[in-house]
Write a protein that binds this ligand. Structure first.
Ligand code: ASP
Length: 617
């Protein structure tokens, strides 16, 4: 489930975290916290804190039964650790009770801290020098026999079983670590924004109305016949309206909803740190986010070092074939169009006849790779690239038959080059996909090209404001969203050549994933109306409330949203964002634990004026 490096990241993160928890003096969280984790409870101590110095104390612990041995030893577990208990032979009733206990039952134990007998200390257990001589044992709740999963860090069950029994999965130490880290980090973010910089935390509605364009929304039936709410894709309009309302610094840990069907690492509901500010420019928002990340970064990990590198959209596409480049490894793409325009290799020069065609190239190390591993990689690549019309050629540095190409490309015998020839940015995006696949493939062969344990943040800036529609139909769509303003020097082009306009839009990228995005907004009602009506061909009626508000004295403003689930997933090194969401949906959008979505009763359907068409399949 978690790779070794990844669990190492977690371990190093939590070494610091648990140390702080154990000595209770220096807390990771700088907001007032309870001085110890047992105050206000019926426990006198946790299962992780007793040491040799506590010998002789009478203590009361509560937790889950982790192990039981020889009807006299038991081990109790809570988040803080494990403590061994020993039942004296004269406690016949407790010994009898032990026989009936199932693992994961919840117990309260009172007893005296005693040293473990000579030679029986367990150096692998922080509480390994002591045990509790049990005086009293109460079963607070007996667990069912044969639970569907055992609570250990190395999971032996499928993700389906974990999601069906999430409450059990969450008991695992690794999951506890993730959510406790997440909580601390969000607390630090709030502290940075609200306490340090006077941002106001404001909740915005989740029952909203349909908005034009953008991702697909979930609709919520209402009691008004034929009328529906929509769940917001983000608080975008509300945060802009808050700027109109005079809150010049807003933030919210906001739940957002997008009905994007089944995409492997997306969730229909997810959490953003949503931020908006008045009187700010692109650089101001970027500095704020860099400082916020430094402030909230978990101890035990190398903190990010601002200023983060910046790449323009164009540079990112041409060097990495992606607008979210993974810069943990080099293997950059080169534009070799001019070198090959008059190549004697006809298959290439033929394709480079038109001015909009390009040749792009990457090289990668090819030492110790077997023939079969190489053909496997090529086969996988062909599957990924099956729908492109781009020509892809592999050139081995040591292959005599390709010698002219490999000489042109300056390939050494230990290298392979990949040449892609096609239209516009296609050869770059093809090589961008291949670049990632090759890195994964090399990693599987033990050749790790990605820098280990690195957190490579960067800003991608200078995006085109509009792009041709993704579905291939005529017309333009927003590269970010329709509220993004043009670069000041390009504003006049909105009315003549909108496709040449660059936007004040910035994305934050971490290790090849987009973890944030934002923009400076259009604050002028007429410009916003023009963009919606004339460029994006949207129905302005749906946004009349926003357009009216912009006309009432709206300050210039801009903002950003950080995708917290993805950010935490990368920080914790989990294979999926589902691992950092307490109750996630499965990859096909279902809640496997409570079986949502579920049918509703006829009465409810009637109340909402809805008819479900019978399934004839
Ligand atoms: N609302 C945008 C999003 O969810 C972020 C922003 O522009 O602030 O991607």
């Amino acid at each position: 489930m978690f790779s070794r490096t990844k669990s190492c990241i977690l371990r190093s993160l939590f070494k610091e975290f648990s140390r702080n928890n154990l000595n209770h003096k220096q807390n990771y969280c700088t907001l007032p916290c309870s001085p110890d984790p047992v105050s206000y409870t019926q426990r006198t101590t946790t299962c992780g804190s007793l040491r040799r110095a506590d010998i002789g104390k009478i203590v009361r612990l509560c937790g889950w039964l982790q192990y039981q041995r020889q009807e006299k030893f038991l081990v109790l577990r809570d988040w803080h650790g494990l403590t061994q208990m020993i039942v004296p032979t004269d406690k016949i009733d407790i010994i009898q009770l032990l026989k009936t206990l199932s693992y994961e039952s919840v117990l309260q134990v009172e007893g005296r801290v005693i040293p473990r007998p000579e030679g029986q200390s367990n150096p692998n257990m922080p509480t390994g020098e002591i045990e509790i001589e049990v005086k009293d044992l109460r079963v607070l709740n007996m667990a069912a026999d044969n639970l569907p999963m055992i609570i250990r860090d190395s999971v032996t069950v499928t993700e389906q079983v974990r999601l069906e029994n999430r409450y059990l999965d969450l008991r695992r130490h690794q999951m506890q670590q993730i959510f406790r880290l997440r909580s601390k980090m969000i607390m630090k973010m709030r502290e940075f924004l609200a306490n340090k910089h006077e941002f106001v935390d404001i909740e915005t509605p989740t029952l909203f109305r349909r908005t034009p364009g953008g991702a697909k929304e979930f609709v919520v039936p209402s009691q008004y016949k034929g009328r529906f709410y929509s769940l917001p894709q983000s608080p975008q309009q509300f945060k802009q309206l808050l700027m109109v309302g005079g809150f010049d610094r807003y933030f919210q840990v906001a739940r957002c909803y997008r009905d994007e069907g089944t995409k492997p690492d997306r969730q229909p509901e997810f959490t953003q740190l949503d931020i908006e500010m008045s009187f700010v420019d692109e650089a101001g928002i970027q500095r704020l986010i860099e400082d916020l990340l430094v402030h909230s970064w978990p101890q035990g990990l190398v903190p990010p070092r601002p200023p983060f590198p910046r790449l323009t959209y164009d540079q990112a596409m041409r060097l990495y074939g992606s607008d979210k480049p993974d810069t943990r490894f080099d293997m950059k793409i080169s534009d070799v169009t001019n070198m090959f325009r008059h190549s004697s290799t006809e298959i290439i020069s033929e394709r480079l006849k038109t001015t909009d065609s390009h040749a792009a190239f990457i090289r990668f190390p090819y030492k110790d790779i077997s023939k079969s591993a190489f053909s496997k990689m090529k086969k996988q690549a062909a599957e990924i690239l099956s729908d492109t019309s781009t020509l892809v050629l592999y050139v081995k540095g040591d292959n005599q038959s390709d010698s002219s190409l490999s000489t042109d490309l300056y390939l050494s015998p230990d290298e392979v080059g990949v040449l892609a020839v096609g239209h516009n940015l296609a050869p770059f995006t093809v090589l961008g996909k291949l670049r990632l696949l090759i890195a994964d493939h090399l990693a599987s062969l033990g050749i790790e090209v990605r820098k280990k344990d690195a957190f490579n943040f960067l800003w991608v800036v200078d995006f085109p404001l509009f792009l041709p529609k993704d579905d291939g139909s005529a017309g333009l769509e927003s590269a970010h969203h329709p509220f993004t303003d043009a670069k000041p020097e390009h504003r006049h082009l909105l009315y003549t050549n909108p496709e040449q306009v660059y936007g004040q839009h910035y994305d934050l990228v971490l290790n090849g994933s987009e973890v944030g995005g934002g923009s400076i907004r259009i604050h002028n009602a007429e410009v916003q109306r023009y963009v919606l009506e004339n460029i994006l061909k949207e129905d302005c009626n749906e946004l009349e409330h926003l357009l009216t508000a912009l006309g009432t004295g709206c300050p210039p403003h801009g903002g950003i949203a950080l995708g917290l689930d993805r950010l935490f997933s990368i920080i914790c090194g989990t294979p999926s964002i589902r691992d950092v969401i307490a109750f996630p949906k499965s990859s096909d959008g279902k809640d496997l634990m409570c079986h949502a979505p579920t049918p509703v009763s006829k009465d409810q359907l009637h109340q909402y004026h809805i008819q479900v068409t019978p399934d004839h399949s």
